[in-house]
Design a protein around this ligand. Structure first.
Ligand code: 13P
Length: 282
């Protein structure tokens, strides 16, 4: 994960982190990356881990890694529960996000550093969060933004030993009420200070041109979750009428295909198409 994000940062493109909840959407996401020869981050939330089971997730993602010859990174998104985090580490996820955004600065550093040490011992990477990203999604419900303070970035990243940093710059999880207004000036300041790549959460609903501007100003990973869930449901509704009786595999293939097309659009916006070959020459 580290090499991939650093390369993205140096070359001003971003890697897509997409939340999945089933095998079907995971396959749609990976097929998009495969067609565009792009690295990809598959993100399981704690809810997804509880629903599918850690071992099942790791097994099927490992199988997909073997089948599709592209870099696929399995990442725990917004880990808060120490048992779930340890289980993902023990079962060889590639990367963990520790979300200490509800804690005070010192406690966030202390807990993030604790998880960072566990991850680094196993050769895994860790993403931390400084500030608080608002919005509602699964086990995250923050009514209030706390924007990332550029003056705290150096201390947080050094003391917590994170490999990447999620920033709060006006982005939010779930659906935005109006057009989101990202604080680009703040992002630019943070990027000048941060020694580690920056992550933009809440990708759903951010206008494509704003995502691209954020990438030019230092974002190296963009998370998209809600849009995948919406696409899944919409696709089922759209195709349900067209299938014959019990042709469930046909329906699921159409859903996978719709998710693949959506993810391809995002990968195009993020500028990651054909970046796999760049990574091979590292
Ligand atoms: P959205 O669901 O708003 O796209 O955000 C996803 C996310 O940031 C997951 O960490």
């Amino acid at each position: 994960m580290n090499d991939i994000l650093v390369k993205a940062r140096n070359n001003k493109y971003a890697i897509g982190g997409f939340n999945f909840n089933f095998y079907d959407d995971a396959l749609g996401i990976i097929s998009a990356a495969y067609e565009l020869k792009s690295p990809i981050i598959l993100m399981a939330s704690e809810g997804c881990v509880k629903f599918l089971g850690v071992k099942h997730i790791v097994n099927f993602v490992n199988q997909l890694k073997d089948e599709y010859n592209i870099p696929i990174i399995l990442h725990l998104d917004h880990g808060k529960d120490i048992e779930i985090i340890k289980n993902c580490i023990d079962n060889k996820f590639d990367s963990i996000m520790y979300d200490g955004s509800l804690l005070n600065f010192e406690e966030n550093i202390k807990n993030t550093k604790f998880i960072a040490d566990l991850c680094h011992d196993k050769g895994m990477t860790i993403e931390g969060e400084l500030g608080r990203i608002s919005g509602a999604e699964e086990n995250i419900e923050n009514s209030e933004d706390v924007f990332t303070d550029p003056d705290s970035v150096a201390e947080f990243t050094e003391r917590s030993d994170v490999d990447s940093l999620a920033v709060a710059i006006g982005n939010a999880h779930g659906l935005y009420k109006g057009r989101p207004r990202l604080d680009f000036e703040r992002l630019s300041k943070i990027n000048k200070i941060s020694k580690v790549p920056l992550v933009l959460h809440g990708g759903t609903g951010i206008p494509y041109e704003d995502i691209q501007k954020a990438i030019q100003l230092g974002i190296s990973k963009v998370n998209v979750g809600t849009e995948i869930k919406i696409a899944y449901i919409k696709s089922i509704k759209k195709h349900l009428e067209t299938i014959n009786d019990n042709d469930i595999r046909h329906l699921v293939s159409m859903v996978q295909n719709d998710i693949k097309e959506l993810v391809k659009q995002y990968l195009d916006i993020f500028g990651t198409a054909n970046k796999y070959s760049q990574l091979q020459s590292m």
